[in-house]
Design a protein around this ligand. Structure first.
Ligand code: ZN
Length: 502
């Protein structure tokens, strides 16, 4: 077959793969946002598992191997688009091709059981019941990685799944910087005399009004509702069917309107990334953000850098007041800004403020490294967790439910995932610094010109979809890869001002 013909067949094979994946996504959306009260679950579960098995098979089929082998010798002459597809699917193929079907099936079962055990263990504050499953999940993951026949360190390979190119060597430098700078900065903030009163943010606001706030935030940041929609779910998330069909969700709490407001800003950031991928990649496997870390950088950019800035509140104050009404007459833009940036070292990651968030991730990163380095007994994790929380955040869990058991990730075998959350913050600060060379970012926010910011991000990052790896995209903007200095500087500047530190 001529190479052009092979490329054409490869692309149409991947189009089929993509269509199945999007059907799975639609089921997922549907299950999260509402189903008939009775029945349907079993049928849906069956349909989803058939679709899942089908898309998985397509990644390890002989046909796939045929395409990958045929294209390999021609990579230098192929388009970036074909190269990217080859890169992504070679990786998927190599990850799974040597795993015996029986091993894969057992792992699937283990994940399902471990999730249930974890859920009960968290509820009953009973780490001991979860420990053997956690051990089994770790052992199985180590085995699964061996099938890849690579010399790379197991934990490096797990990191690479979520953030292509990321390694412990790079992350050690990154977290070392956090430990040396953010831990002492947090101590200064906690010791500062300034106390921020954010009690007004817990006043009751009707869900109706909060929906208006959500609409205002989406409009301000530029999430396109002609090509997207918003729903209510227990946990906020973003899901894409195509760049013209991007869905986000939020959860409204009557006594905490900032919670939903910032979750809408966050998910809008994810959604804006997806909506602005070049239409060249429409309905292909490249029509998706390239990595977990870069995706999170966009949600954090819109949530933290834009919507938690003083300039945002200056610009939006009147519009917020129009919705909130007379009950908020006593609240100034400064008060909104400060309340949005209260630092409160706490036990729970998902409730963490902007300053302490990455310290929660550092605790998990260090523990995952110990686990995969074989340097720790799973039974010792609760006490290790508690010690690290005390050391970095100055708080100690009273029990394991608010400590080592709090996150769902490990129960599903997701090791190496957590660092991408923190990388998102770091990339966001890095992008901000580059952007400031081209425009007055906060001036634009103050003037309500978020379009300029969004267009910059689209041009430098969004439009590429999964065409290039994260480090390639960053390097193309300013000649460097991940650099923690920008993030540290951003946090130091921002929180020194908020807390009047010398
Ligand atoms: Zn996110």
């Amino acid at each position: 077959m001529q190479i052009d013909e092979t490329v054409k067949c490869f692309k149409s094979y991947l189009e089929r793969y993509h269509a199945i994946r999007m059907a799975e996504s639609l089921f997922h959306w549907d299950m999260q946002t509402g189903n008939p009260p009775e029945g349907g679950q079993e049928s849906r579960a069956k349909l989803v598992s058939i679709l899942g098995a089908e898309s998985f098979q397509m990644t390890i089929s002989d046909e796939m191997k045929g395409f990958l082998d045929a294209l390999e010798p021609h990579l230098n002459t192929l388009s970036d688009e074909t190269k990217a597809m080859h890169r992504i699917f070679s990786k998927k193929y190599n990850e799974a091709k040597n795993v015996p079907a029986e091993e894969a099936r057992k792992y699937f079962e283990l994940q399902a059981v471990a999730y249930e055990v974890w859920r009960k263990a968290k509820h009953n504050n009973d780490f001991a019941s979860f420990a053997p499953y956690l051990k089994e999940l770790v052992e199985t993951n180590k085995r699964l990685i061996k099938y890849r026949g690579s010399d790379a360190k197991p934990y490096d390979m797990m990191l690479d799944e979520y953030e292509p190119g990321m390694t412990m060597e790079k992350l050690d430098v990154y977290f070392d910087k956090m430990r040396k700078t953010i831990v002492p900065l947090l101590k200064k903030v906690v010791a500062s005399e300034k106390k921020i009163d954010n009690s007004f943010t817990f006043r009751t606001i009707s869900i109706d009004k909060q929906k208006k706030i959500a609409a205002l935030v989406m409009k301000k940041v530029g999430f396109d509702l002609n090509r997207g929609l918003i729903a209510e779910t227990e946990h906020p998330f973003c899901l894409t069917i195509s760049q013209n069909d991007v869905r986000i969700s939020t959860h409204y709490y009557e006594n905490n309107f900032l919670s939903s407001m910032f979750s809408v800003a966050h998910e809008s950031g994810h959604g804006i990334y997806e909506q602005n991928i070049s239409s060249e990649f429409a309905d292909t496997v490249l029509s998706d953000g390239v990595s977990f870390g870069l995706h999170e950088s966009q949600s954090r950019f819109f949530e933290n850098i834009i919507c938690r800035s003083y300039e945002f509140w200056q610009n939006s104050y009147d519009e917020f007041m129009e919705i909130l009404g007379d009950d908020f007459k006593d609240v100034t833009p400064e008060m909104f800004y400060e309340a949005a940036n209260v630092v409160n070292p706490s036990l729970i990651r998902i409730e963490a403020d902007e300053l302490t968030y990455s310290l929660h991730i550092m605790v998990r990163y260090e523990i995952e490294k110990l686990i995969f380095g074989g340097e720790v007994d799973v039974n010792d994790l609760p006490s290790i967790w508690n010690k690290k929380m005390e050391e970095y955040l100055g708080v100690t869990p009273k029990n394991d439910s608010e400590g080592v058991l709090q996150d769902v990730h490990w129960s599903s075998g997701l090791f190496g995932y957590f660092p991408s959350y923190s990388l998102g913050n770091a990339y966001a600060a890095q992008l901000l610094s580059y952007m400031q060379k081209d425009m007055d970012v906060f001036g634009n926010i103050k003037n309500g010109n978020v379009d300029a910011i969004r267009e910059w991000l689209s041009e430098k990052l969004h439009k590429f979809g999964s065409l290039y790896e994260p480090s390639t995209i960053l390097k193309a903007i300013n000649g460097e890869e991940l650099n923690a200095d920008y993030y540290v500087e951003y946090l130091e500047n921002k929180f020194s001002k908020v807390y009047n530190l010398k």
